[in-house]
Write a protein that binds this ligand. Structure first.
Ligand SMILES: *[C@@H]1O[C@H](CO)[C@@H](O)[C@H](O)[C@H]1NC(C)=O
Ligand SMILES: *[C@@H]1O[C@H](CO)[C@@H](O)[C@H](O)[C@H]1NC(C)=O
Ligand SMILES: *[C@@H]1O[C@H](CO)[C@@H](O)[C@H](O)[C@H]1NC(C)=O
Ligand SMILES: *[C@@H]1O[C@H](CO)[C@@H](O)[C@H](O)[C@H]1NC(C)=O
Length: 229
């Protein structure tokens, strides 16, 4: 083996080691940005909502997720446990991320989403306030607003029965033709669109096809037609 061969070999072994070390530290593969349609979220909840809803898709959470295997949750972070939510972020969070089940307490919704999901987003999510800043950037700055995506395709919340295809096409049109994940709920014979999840890559910089769709036999599967929104 010549000197160049040796160098190649060393480089290869070294890259392999880096890969092995880094993959063992990797907690997630991609990000799910899940938004809930407020009236349907309330209808699908065992306990009804106290407060009136807006006909809007608002944030449920940003979830670092795995392509295979269970999604990580409640990860340990170096962040100071008692770090408080930056007061300057709250007005925007209240608009995009209300606790639809209990509007008197939006903050506990944000806190539980951070604890359960946000803590697993390192290094893309740097700390607690960065988690909230990232969601604000995605929803407001980058307009990753599902209501907006649907209305651009003339799908407005009129309670009309839609096909899954129409909904998917509308979303794909705003996400570089990537497939979203849809969640429906059936009650008294009526199927409603409850959640739409937009998936993006590890760094949250690019949409991807959602790797894990809701299985057909799940109660949350969206049928091909008669989806109310
Ligand atoms: C954590 O943050 C709280 C409130 O911001 C502060 O009082 C405390 O000293 C911090 N603890 C550490 C270990 O940084
Ligand atoms: C929670 O957010 C909603 C906006 O959706 C707002 O009307 C409400 O006042 C907020 N609750 C609190 C306690 O700040
Ligand atoms: C999201 O889109 C809807 C529909 O276009 C719009 O009414 C709403 O104000 C938007 N929300 C934000 C925070 O931009
Ligand atoms: C897709 O988006 C383009 C503009 O970006 C628009 O002209 C077209 O009508 C949209 N089509 C659908 C089905 O939403």
């Amino acid at each position: 083996m010549g000197i160049m061969g040796m160098i190649d070999m060393v480089t290869m072994v070294f890259s392999l080691m880096v890969l092995m070390f880094s993959s063992s530290a990797v907690k997630y593969d991609y990000l799910q940005f899940t938004q809930q349609y407020q009236p349907a979220a309330c209808n699908s909840n065992p306990t009804p909502c106290n407060d009136p809803t807006d006909k809007l898709f608002t944030v449920h959470g940003l979830w670092p997720s795995k392509v295979k295997g269970p999604d990580p949750h409640d990860c340990k972070t170096k962040t100071n446990k008692s770090q408080t939510i930056d007061i300057l972020l709250k007005p925007q969070l209240e608009i995009i991320w209300p606790n639809v089940f209990n509007r008197a307490d939006n903050e506990s919704f944000w806190e539980t989403q951070w604890e359960k999901h946000g803590t697993c987003g390192s290094p893309t999510i740097k700390d607690k306030n960065h988690y909230f800043e990232t969601v604000i950037r995605m929803y407001i700055t980058e307009k990753q607003n599902v209501s907006h995506y649907l209305s651009k395709a003339n799908i407005n919340p009129d309670g009309i029965a839609r096909t899954r295809k129409d909904i998917e096409i509308a979303i794909r049109n705003s996400t570089n033709d990537k497939e979203p994940k849809l969640k429906c709920h059936k009650k008294n014979g009526i199927t409603e669109l409850v959640e739409v999840t937009l998936c993006s890559n590890y760094f949250g910089k690019q949409f991807i096809n959602c790797p894990n769709k809701i299985p057909e036999k799940s109660r949350y599967f969206c049928p091909i037609k008669d989806i109310r929104y």
